[in-house]
Ligand binder design. Structure first.
Ligand code: F6R
Length: 261
């Protein structure tokens, strides 16, 4: 697990966008794993800016989102399918239908989850997966207690996650859905490279557990310690509880330019 601590979100966006650019240069038909939420916004802003400047193209790429609320109407602005369109997909040149998400309105939810797993497999698996982390240590919406071997399925959101996300629903906890469909921890682990972004001090404990805690279903993101290629991009506040913070800073400072993420 490589830990990179940077001063601000825009810098994190630039470093992550470099990883997207390097991937797409060698593999224009790459499969991208896209997170919603606030953490990756600087990455999407930077990628949209590079696209506008003619420096990157998603024309042949595919995308799969991590998760979706159950039951939000198709035109609800907080439906993750609509969020990812607004913050990223509509700003670049993905082909129509190239980005998919789990169907939170499916009548047969187990079948929809299985179909989503199949679609990812048939696309060749995810090359680069962006994830945020919840204050309770979730990735995707794999809440504490999730099986480390889980695949796409329905989950109940914790009260903490619903409180954290109420800001997207005008501060109204009751408006936040109680359930979601989420890629499982094993689904995320199958991605070839995972970039996890965390910003702000509310993430500091989850980040400490992620990087330095024991692997446990109580902190689901810790499963990433078993992944061979994970990059953790943090601002100073999210890094403030790391015990080996000086070591991570020195490691990144002394890293040769050619190495990339
Ligand atoms: C969103 C997702 C969630 C968020 C996490 C952090 O697709 O899967 O795990 O990444 O809840 O959310 P933010 O970035 O809004 O703090």
């Amino acid at each position: 697990m490589e830990v990179v601590i940077l001063a601000e979100a825009a810098e994190i966006g630039g470093v992550a966008a470099d990883a997207f650019a390097a991937l797409l240069e060698g593999k224009p038909h790459a499969v991208l794993g896209l997170a919603t939420g606030s953490s990756p916004l600087a990455i999407y802003d930077e990628l949209a800016a590079r696209y506008a400047a003619g420096r990157i193209s998603f024309r042949r790429a595919r995308g799969f989102t991590l998760d979706e609320y159950v039951g939000l109407p198709a035109d609800h602005p907080e439906r993750y399918r609509n969020v990812i369109d607004t913050v990223f997909v509509s700003r670049v040149d993905f082909a129509p239908g190239a980005v998919q998400g789990p169907d939170g309105l499916a009548e047969d939810i187990p079948a929809a989850c299985a179909a989503y797993e199949d679609a990812i497999q048939q696309a060749g698996g995810v090359d680069l997966q962006v994830v945020g982390i919840g204050t309770d240590g979730h990735i995707g919406f794999n809440e504490p207690g999730s099986s480390l071997a889980s695949r796409t399925r329905i989950k109940t959101l914790t009260r903490q996650t619903r409180l954290d996300n109420a800001r997207f629903f005008g501060g109204d906890l009751d408006a936040v859905p109680t359930h979601c469909l989420t890629q499982g921890l094993a689904t995320i682990m199958a991605a070839r490279h995972v970039i996890l972004v965390a910003l702000g001090r509310t993430k500091a404990e989850a980040v400490h557990q992620l990087v330095e805690g024991g692997v446990s279903a109580m902190w689901p993101a810790t499963v990433l310690q078993h992944h061979p290629h994970v990059t953790v991009l943090l601002d100073d506040a999210a890094a403030q509880r790391l015990q080996l913070v000086d070591y991570y800073r020195e490691t990144y400072r002394s890293k040769p330019d050619w190495q990339g993420l």
